[in-house]
Design a protein around this ligand. Structure first.
Ligand code: NAD
Length: 486
């Protein structure tokens, strides 16, 4: 549906200025109203080539700057973005659907991540090993990779971008980013603001478009040295294969189905609140979200009742309407997908305790809304258990003890996040050691810290973002030996 004016957008930001893409226009839709409000031409392989060319040229000068200078320039540019948050927040809500509050949280976090790596700039160093042999010393140099392609999804367009952009740029690389075809606008403006704030032309470029045309062209491009990807596991697998020729480096932040284990000695009120917040935040469209709950039998009734009551109380509404606590799903297709997973689960068992379809409010009919949904005790082989559910639907199972909970938690192809709720330190430690996931929160949930390395196990990905470890994925090291013979 389209009402009102449809904005025409050039579609790319290359070498410090707007660039008109040559591909077919892609609609940008407001998920809260179903209204198409912009059309953005996709980048063709030729447009991608122009962007990679600009990034490669800019890289010669950028990589030669002192690392502290790169940090200083990025810091000033990030402050310029921060000064424009009031403009970016409604734009992100309009194209993504999330509430204005959540857009502000996301954008603030994106700027924080840039500043975190600005702070780390002075810590980026190699190593020196004296006395390898008599009179022989070794040093380890770090060198940037070159042009990095950053491909991100639509659920957190700016934070997921900055997780890549910040360590890549500080380490001396230049970047060509591709946001999801449905969320191009905030990323384009973000890039423009960084340029206005002093980031040199060509250091950061954005090409928008589909995965099949623009994304593939970026991954295949011979002068792109690394692909930093966040998205679904099937596309991550394709990218790993496409990147094989030339040994292109990849980091892959992929899907998840995070388990939450609630023991009988937990603070049950806190755990129930966390289950609700951790599942329904961003309308359930988060890689790190509580997607499966395993609760000890003896306290299960109380927890299940509390979580269902919270789901029913959540105020669902358009992201730009004051008081909305949960916005719409991002697309109609995403809503169909979630509705299908819930329906196919309930065909096999389980009790529907909340939601299970779109909300009844007629004002929400045109948007892609789905009510917060809770299903208790379905079988363990249904879609809500075995697949990633990327929307506001939460299954809860009763378990006998910690061993069963951990076995169920690990019976998933994914290994992204996890959480354990208990007051018993030994239990917490045991669970943290045995759960197969890149993150385990104890009595806490889903918050990612720039200070700690983050990355999935198993089908949830490869490589780390965040922490000083991220630099390892944006640099090559070289060992240099100073011999004693002249
Ligand atoms: P997606 O994989 O469909 O798309 C992600 C990005 O890849 C988009 O920009 C898309 O255009 C592009 N793309 C698609 N096909 C491509 C191809 N063949 N070559 C190159 N690029 C291609 O994912 P989505 O549905 O947009 O996002 C949701 C998924 O992302 C979920 O599975 C979620 O768990 C995952 N995710 C993971 C993390 C994490 O850090 N692990 C964070 C957020 C989201």
């Amino acid at each position: 549906m389209s009402t009102g004016t449809i904005a025409a957008v050039a579609g790319a930001f290359i070498d410090g200025r707007e660039h008109a893409n040559g591909g077919d226009p892609l609609p940008v839709t407001n998920p809260g109203t179903g209204e198409v409000f912009a059309e953005v031409p996709g980048a063709t392989a030729r447009d991608v080539d122009t962007a990679v060319d600009a990034a490669a040229r800019a890289g010669a000068e950028w990589s030669a700057l002192a690392v502290s200078k790169r940090g200083e320039i990025l810091g000033a540019a990030a402050h310029h973005v921060e000064a424009h948050l009031d403009e970016l927040v409604p734009l992100l809500t309009r194209e993504q659907g999330k509430t204005l509050r959540d857009s502000r949280i996301e954008l603030t976090k994106a700027v924080d991540t840039l500043m975190h790596y600005v702070g780390l700039a002075k810590t980026l160093r190699g190593a020196h090993t004296p006395g390898l042999d008599p009179g022989v010393d070794g040093i380890v140099l770090r060198r940037p990779l070159g042009v990095v392609g950053a491909i991100v999804p639509w659920n957190f367009p700016t934070t997921l971008l900055c997780n890549k952009l910040a360590p890549a740029l500080v380490a001396g690389n230049t970047v060509v980013a591709k946001p999801a075809g449905t969320t191009p606008l905030t990323t384009l403006r973000f890039c423009e603001l960084l340029a206005e704030g002093g980031l040199p032309a060509g250091v950061f470029n954005v090409v928008t478009g589909s995965g099949s045309v623009t994304g593939t062209a970026l991954v295949r491009h011979p002068r792109v040295r690394k692909i930093a990807f966040t998205g679904s596991t099937p596309v991550g697998e394709q990218i790993m294969a496409l990147a094989a020729p030339g040994m292109k480096r990849v980091t892959l932040e992929l899907g998840g189905s995070d388990p939450m284990i609630i023991c009988d000695d937990a603070d049950l009120d806190a755990a129930a609140s966390a289950a609700s917040m951790g599942r329904f935040y961003n309308c359930g469209q988060a890689c790190l979200a509580i997607k499966r709950v395993y609760v000890f039998e003896s306290v299960a009734d109380q927890v299940i009742e509390a979580v269902a009551a919270k789901a029913k109380r959540l105020k669902v509404g358009r992201g730009d309407v004051k008081g909305s606590q949960m916005g719409p799903l991002h697309t109609a297709a995403q809503r169909e997908e979630v509705a299908g997973q819930v329906a196919r689960t309930l065909e096999h068992g389980g009790t529907l305790l909340a939601g299970g379809g779109p909300p009844e409010d007629p004002e929400l009919e045109a948007g892609f809304f789905y009510a917060p949904t809770v299903v208790a005790d379905p079988p363990h082989d249904v879609p809500m258990a075995t697949e990633e559910v990327f929307g506001p639907a939460l299954p809860i199972w009763r378990v006998a003890d910690l061993d069963e909970a951990i076995a169920r938690a690990n019976a998933s192809p994914f290994g992204l996040g996890s959480s354990v709720w208990t007051r018993d330190l030994a239990r917490a430690r045991q669970a943290a050691e045995r759960i197969e996931a890149g993150y385990t929160w104890i009595n806490s949930r889903t918050k990612v810290y720039d200070e700690l390395p983050f990355g999935g196990w198993k089908s949830s990905g490869y490589g780390k973002e965040h922490g000083s470890e991220a630099f390892d994925y944006y640099t090559e090291t070289k060992s240099v030996v100073f011999g004693s013979q002249s």
